[in-house]
Design a protein around this ligand. Sequence first.
Ligand code: HEC
Length: 151
Amino acid sequence: MSFKTITAAAIAAVMATGAVADENPAIEQRQGQFKLYSHNIAVLGGMAQGRMDYDAGMAQTAADNLFHVTRHDQSRLWPEGTDSSASMATRAKPEIWENLDDFVAKFVALQNAAEALQAVAGDGLDAMRAGVGPLSGTCQACHESYREEAS
Ligand code: HEC
């Protein structure tokens, strides 16, 4: 490798680092809310699938948490230009911004499923299970259309 090549590589590395530093903070913030969904689904799904014993108090707390996180206002979390064609830091497909009404409808479906689950999560394993299935369906429906596969 010549000195010239090394210099070019160093400049490219600096530019790549700069690009990461300039990512829109909304990307990390919206990913944070999805992590909180997973944090609570781990409890509800674990009980529904028999990996954990059903505990009414824990189930209700997880469902309450989910309900509240799904109410977080989304209006500043999805600015234009934060899709996967513009940034390596996100798996949000550009199609979101071409079909915003559908994307929002899928979010509302999640909110409604979280509300329904919250109403039954403490009422026994079968009642909770009946609420977990539809909720997971709303996660999958949106990911199939609007989230890139993990690389
Ligand atoms: C309305 C659409 C929509 C719904 C509903 C939805 N997601 Fe997502 N989810 C996305 C998009 C888009 C991304 C990619 C976000 C990004 O990388 O900027 C994502 C990313 C994620 C991630 C990865 C976060 C990270 O650390 O990068 C997890 C985990 C996740 N979602 C879990 C869930 C769970 C669990 C549910 C249901 C309770 C759910 N999502 C419902 C659209 C949705």
